[in-house]
Design a protein around this ligand. Structure first.
Ligand code: GUN
Length: 322
């Protein structure tokens, strides 16, 4: 027999109640939204190519070392770029590279007119001492399609959203929230995690979209209480299934940025991927919930593609102005 709650989950559409009158979350599909974004970008790239005789937006993914998880993320970025018509290149430097070698590579790519987007895949997998902030800040703000440089992060923190590149994961989360039809303006939003790549920029984006935002982190004392107040909850802390359904406010929009591998003998490879939210219990309380996998992950990739196309368009505009 299938479980009743499993049968009651729906992709898209409105939430339903079943026999015991409990709310069952609507699943917010990142796969579906990412596909739509990529289709739109593909059309835009075709238009750019026909207008500027064969011009292609260019993206470089710079990797230091050879982490398995990074290799997986990079291959999905390269695949998406190929589908859209973006000219993507993967440069891998050995783990033994010095910080100066990495910096020189970044500075060289900053000068290359065929590169419109440049990202340094994180974390760096290096045998040497590396200042990750120094390296991400060496990327030209004009090509920083990850939105991780101080210039872009500073603009976002000041609410200058049009002038910066928005970090891909938080931007993807905002798109998924938009899919629910729930406006964040005036809502109580709670972000769990304060990383530069997810939590901190997520706070900024929610704030400048007029939510009242609380950021929780490893020293937050009353996490379940904070979670319980959230009408919009974004979780990016990297702890498998830590947020329990019982904590969640009924009807909340819950966006799970976690990608965690947990042991599972029943699966080929002996593990499976779960989010930071305990999905089964959260689906009994939330109004909307993103799955893992198939939620935020594909949106991060789609937003990277979008930023790259925007950067290429800005480049073309700067060329036609001179
Ligand atoms: N590592 C995990 N996610 C990301 C991302 O969005 N950008 C970069 N550069 N590295 C990552």
């Amino acid at each position: 027999m299938f479980g009743l709650s499993r049968l009651s989950l729906r992709l898209g559409g409105v939430s339903r109640r079943h026999g015991d009158r409990r709310l069952i979350a609507t699943v917010v599909s990142g796969n579906k939204t990412a596909r739509q974004v990529k289709q739109r970008l593909q059309v835009q790239v075709e238009q750019i190519q026909s207008r500027f005789s064969g011009f292609r937006p260019g993206l470089v993914v710079l990797q230091v070392g050879d982490r398995d998880d990074s290799n997986l993320y990079i291959s999905s970025k390269l695949k998406a770029a190929a589908e859209i018509g973006i000219n993507a290149k993967h440069i891998r430097l050995p783990s033994s590279s010095s910080q100066d070698e990495v910096l020189r590579t970044v500075l060289g790519l900053n000068e290359d007119p065929e590169v419109h987007g440049l990202i340094v895949q994180l974390p760096l997998d290096s045998d040497r001492l590396m200042d990750q902030d120094l390296i991400t800040n060496a990327v030209s703000p004009l090509k920083d399609v990850d939105g991780l440089s101080c210039v872009n992060a500073g603009r976002l923190s000041r609410g200058e959203l049009r002038d910066c590149f928005l970090p891909c994961t938080p931007q993807g989360c905002m798109e998924l929230i938009a899919q629910t039809g729930v406006s964040v303006a005036g809502k109580q939003a709670v972000v769990i995690g304060r990383s530069k790549i997810v939590g901190a920029p997520m706070h900024d984006l929610l704030l400048w979209n007029h939510a009242t935002v609380t950021v929780c982190h490893s020293r937050t004392r009353d996490l379940p209480d904070q979670v319980g107040r959230a009408e919009v909850l974004v979780v990016g802390m990297g702890r498998a299934e830590m947020v329990r359904g019982e904590w969640i406010r009924e009807g909340a929009v819950v966006i799970d940025c976690g990608i965690n591998h947990v042991p599972d003998d029943s699966r080929p490879g002996g593990k499976r991927v779960v989010g930071d939210v305990h999905y089964a219990s959260a689906s009994q309380r939330a109004g909307f919930l993103t799955p893992v996998p198939g939620g935020v992950g594909p949106m991060t990739v789609a937003m990277l593609m979008q930023n790259t196309v925007i950067s290429a368009q800005r480049f073309l505009q700067s060329q036609t102005r001179t």
